[in-house]
Design a protein around this ligand. Structure first.
Ligand code: CA
Length: 225
């Protein structure tokens, strides 16, 4: 099988787990790059622009997985799946605030890992064709690199924030209801509240600035452009 399914950077210091993850992901056709600590992981992310990062929370050296995730988020909205030991007291809320997409508690079944990776990549790949850069005023949304730029500067967005922005951009000029946005960005299986959309829109406005051409359409939802 080729590695056309994308590149996954795996940051894990336990060689046994790293080998297992490597084996299973390669078998699914992913190109896998292994890093044993946060520094190496960040270097690989910068150099390779992976489709996804699998990130252990407990890492040697001066950066744990949370710190690494925070640094990744400063420059990219690449999806992140955390791996955590049962006794790490994994802080799910902190993980999600940092923009992680999912997490798995060790020991996990490799099949479960593969299923999660596949689901996350499927979700982030749906939507607009991945080669366009859309420019509106000072704003650029690079759908292939998954970067949003304002006046030439990259703005750090979480995966979900970027997906929401990409969906809005893909439907420029259309008033979209909160339910349409939930279905399009979070997917039909997502269970939650329409206010989630408002929270993410508020984050986009905060991060990208008041000039962002994203209008609230009273009684409907939101419109880009
Ligand atoms: Ca570890």
């Amino acid at each position: 099988m080729s590695s056309d399914n994308g590149t996954v950077v795996v940051v894990e210091d336990d060689p046994h787990i790293a080998d297992l993850v490597d084996l299973y992901l390669r078998r699914e056709g992913y190109r896998v790059l292994l890093a044993g600590d946060g520094e190496q992981g960040l270097e690989l992310c910068r150099r390779e622009g992976p489709s996804m990062v699998v990130l252990d929370v407990g890492l040697p050296g001066n950066r744990d997985g949370f710190e690494v995730c925070r640094e990744i988020r400063n420059r990219s909205s690449v999806p992140v799946l955390f791996l955590t030991a049962r006794d790490d007291e994994f802080d799910r809320v902190l993980g999600l605030e940092l923009g992680a997409d999912d997490y798995l508690v060790k020991p996990f079944s490799p099949r479960e890992l593969v299923a999660r990776v596949r689901a996350i990549l499927r979700r982030t790949r749906e939507g607009p064709a991945p080669q366009d850069v859309v420019t509106v005023g000072d704003f650029e949304v690079d759908l292939r690199r998954r970067e949003a730029r304002h006046a030439g500067e990259v703005v750090a967005l979480t995966t979900r924030e970027f997906d929401l922005l990409a969906f809005l951009v893909d439907n420029t000029g259309l008033a979209l209801s909160r339910q349409q946005l939930l279905d399009g960005v979070w997917g039909p299986d997502w269970y939650g509240d329409e206010r989630t959309v408002d929270v993410h829109v508020a984050q986009l406005r905060k991060k990208l600035g008041a000039d962002l051409p994203l209008a609230t359409v009273w009684g409907v939802g939101y419109r880009f452009g």
